[in-house]
Design a binder for this molecule. Structure first.
Ligand SMILES: [Zn+2]
Length: 225
């Protein structure tokens, strides 16, 4: 096996455990993939429910991107791998990693089927995380809806990542590479946390509209200077 693939399997296993400990992945679901050339390194089915995200590098599947056949790894393809294949095939020239996460703060936005505006400087580059049209989990229609919502955000993937919210389900995000995607999942979740905390402290329900205007004005002032 190619040394880059071996390295990526180990890295994916390590980052998966970190995402889980940071409550960015949960036991019920989520999946991670990273492309190395023509193959995908992909978390196997039941990584959460049966392995609690404690994957060994050899648990990480190596899958041919074109045929979706498993080349290495003993597990099975997750039913959500549809989305991964579609995203890598469609936007592969912009990014190499996909994370689907049930991140704890983003889940509130998913539960309420609400898009999330950026309220932190570190999130401005992602724009608004839009809610995609509903389709049940694991369907090809859900994969299609996610691809459609990410289309047009290719520049964001190239820069770092583009993410969308599947209603009543979770976050789907494609990043430039696995490090960028990991970082972006955490930034999306932190942004969600800031909105939720501010709303419960201040009783506001406008997604920090005034604060977002102030942020935009602050950024614009420095752009002019
Ligand atoms: Zn899921």
């Amino acid at each position: 096996m190619n040394a880059n693939v071996t390295h990526m399997r180990a890295k994916l296993a390590r980052l998966a455990a970190m995402l889980y400990h940071r409550r960015l992945l949960d036991t019920a679901g989520g999946n991670i993939s990273a492309r190395v050339g023509d193959v995908l390194c992909l978390s196997p089915a039941y990584s959460g429910s049966l392995r609690q995200w404690q994957l060994e590098p050899e648990d990480v599947l190596v899958v041919d991107l074109e045929s979706a056949s498993i080349l290495e790894g003993s597990g099975k393809l997750s039913r959500e791998s549809n989305v991964h294949f579609r995203l890598h095939r469609e936007f592969g020239s912009y990014g190499t990693a996909v994370i689907h996460a049930h991140a704890q703060n983003i889940m509130v936005f998913a539960a309420m089927a609400k898009s999330m505006p950026p309220v932190l400087e570190a999130n401005l580059k992602f724009g608004e995380a839009k809610v995609v049209e509903y389709a049940p989990a694991h369907t090809t229609q859900l994969a299609e809806n996610i691809v459609n919502a990410i289309r047009g955000q290719e520049e964001r993937i190239q820069k770092q990542a583009a993410g969308v919210i599947a209603p009543w389900h979770g976050l789907f995000l494609m990043g430039k590479d696995l490090d960028a995607a990991f970082d972006a999942v955490e930034r999306f979740d932190m942004n969600a946390r800031c909105i939720l905390m501010a709303q419960s402290f201040l009783g506001t329900s406008d997604m920090l509209a005034a604060q977002r205007t102030a942020l935009a004005e602050g950024v614009a002032r420095f752009k002019k200077a």
